[in-house]
Design a protein around this ligand. Structure first.
Ligand SMILES: [Zn+2]
Length: 231
């Protein structure tokens, strides 16, 4: 069910949530930067922007979320001390982004669509009222997601984007140092386009007591790492 974005923003703030996040690969993030905002997977495909295939793509189409933009209410990498499964680039927005005019219809999922069943009903997939969100939404959830639905328009970066954070996997493939490859690619696309303002912080993530480096090294193949970190 479509929910009032201002009411949802106020509920999130009351729960101490000040920012919204979107993680993606270097390649898809670069396309967002070229285009000036986040796009739904469907809109990216229609506009023939480069985007990295995700294992959830077929389910996204089946469950009618292909044209939706997904936002998390926490930095899942920091929260769970592991890399974000959707990619090493994180866009961090002020939660006030939900107050902007012309926002696509806002729905809040009860779980991540990868856990949906083809027989599950809409009320099982989405919160049905702001009251339900107030009672059921937790800031440490990684399955409950804010979605902006059925949109081919971008969720513009300006003026709510605060930071772009890149993982340092600490891995090289042959002679290619992934951290260097990815950060140079992002710096280049940022310099070539006017959409990322000077006040947006660009930084390499600093982790302590985190599994990401270990996971990148031991649980990801070279081709998976290339998909995540190559432009
Ligand atoms: Zn980490």
């Amino acid at each position: 069910m479509e929910l009032d974005p201002i009411e949802i923003m106020e509920i999130l703030k009351e729960k101490g949530i000040t920012h919204l996040y979107h993680a993606n690969t270097v390649q898809t993030a670069s396309s967002f930067i070229k285009a000036g905002g986040l796009f739904s997977r469907g809109a990216m495909e229609d506009a023939e922007y480069l985007q990295t295939p995700q294992s959830s793509d077929e389910l996204d189409k089946q469950f009618n979320v292909w044209y939706d933009i997904f936002l998390d209410s926490s930095d899942l990498h920091s929260l769970f001390n592991r890399q974000n499964h959707y990619g090493p680039v994180l866009f961090k927005f002020d939660v006030e982004i939900l107050s902007q005019e012309g926002l696509p219809p806002l729905w809040v999922t009860t779980t991540n669509p990868i856990y949906w069943d083809e027989n599950s009903k809409e009320e099982e997939r989405y919160f049905q009222s702001t009251q339900e969100v107030n009672e059921g939404y937790t800031d440490t959830s990684y399955r409950q997601m804010i979605t902006l639905r059925n949109t081919s328009s971008p969720l513009l970066f300006e003026p709510y984007l605060e930071e772009i954070i890149l993982d340092n996997p600490g891995v090289r493939i042959g002679d290619v140092i992934l951290k260097k490859k990815a950060s140079e690619a992002l710096a280049e696309v940022i310099a070539e386009n006017d959409y990322i303002l000077k006040n947006v912080k660009k930084r390499m993530r600093k982790c302590s007591n985190c599994w990401c480096k270990e996971n990148y090294l031991r649980q990801r193949t070279a081709s998976e790492l290339k998909l995540a970190f190559y432009p």
